[in-house]
Design a protein around this ligand. Sequence first.
Ligand code: SF4
Length: 380
Amino acid sequence: MPTILPKLGLYIHFPWCAKKCPYCDFNSHTLKEQLPEQDYIQALLTDLTQDLPYVKGRELNTIFMGGGTPSLFSPASLQQLLAEIGQRINFASDIEITLEANPGSVEQTKFQAYFTAGINRLSLGIQSLQDDKLAALGRIHNAHSAYNAVVAAKQAGFINFNIDLMFGLPAQSLDDALHDLSAALSLAPTHLSWYQLTLEPNTLFYHRPPPLPADDMLWEFQQQGQHLLKSHGYEQYEVSAYAKSGKQCRHNRNYWEFGDYLGIGAGAHSKLTLSDGQVMRMSKLKHPKAYLMNPSPAEQKFVAKQDLGFEFMLNYLRLKQAFTWQLFEQQTLLDRNSLAAPLQLAELKGLVTINPQGFTVTDLGWQFLNDLLELFLPKQ
Ligand code: SF4
């Protein structure tokens, strides 16, 4: 059995939304009938109980309730869920428990009770603070309710909260984008996910694209936006994640550091290091109705040892931090020699600088990240 296993997080997927947004490719479904709240909570618990043998004796460092819109569920249901989870698996004393919430007025009335239920981090899907942009995105909230949501979150006790904000919105000018970002910063979130709207297959926007800003405009948004974020004390630690000191999202960071996670709920994925050192990936049935009838693993497979180095890099190189051998060896159980050949080549190409602890990616490496990643692909 490996002596030190990676940290463990729990992801819980809630697959319903009041209305499907035209750009969204998540496993989310418009709620057309009454929310099957208790049935779903029971399915989640069955799901978790079945998976427990894979995480025996370990403790949860983080829980992330995402979706969909988990805040459609009542505080009482989520409290019950958290209590039942706590009876099955130990929580770390400083566990981070995040809930994704929409900034609609109905959700805001529940924030206080969510906080009392033990949720200690809120992630608000605000996306924009301009009404015309929210309408263009097909969102059901407006800027006023978004501002109110932040006030309600703070009053409820959430000192740790994230704002999701997008740029590259339909007909968005540079002024619009910077105004939006400044408005979000004025709300003083501890964390900001600032990411570009992209047209994903299987979305309404993909089939009927709205007029989006040109690439050179997007580049300008990014340059000026990053400058603004930095000047307000937000450190970029991942491609689209910015945080105040000590407020990085521990749950997401664990994904990028190739940590372990157990996923329960419709379509949820898991990545777990087992007691024999093998890394297993697992997923649950995607459609909510199918999942409700059978919350068992739909697919399970082991990651081949020769793929682990590449998989680690695929995740880790999203982070803006130096690579260390210590973490690599802990997370993959591989020897550092397994990366010697691709790393030497990467250094020869000027993409990384090797040091005794590991390596750092050079500016050239960040510019040609895909080329860097390719070097770690297993040889056939
Ligand atoms: S609210 Fe979020 S999860 Fe739901 S459809 Fe819109 S973008 Fe997707």
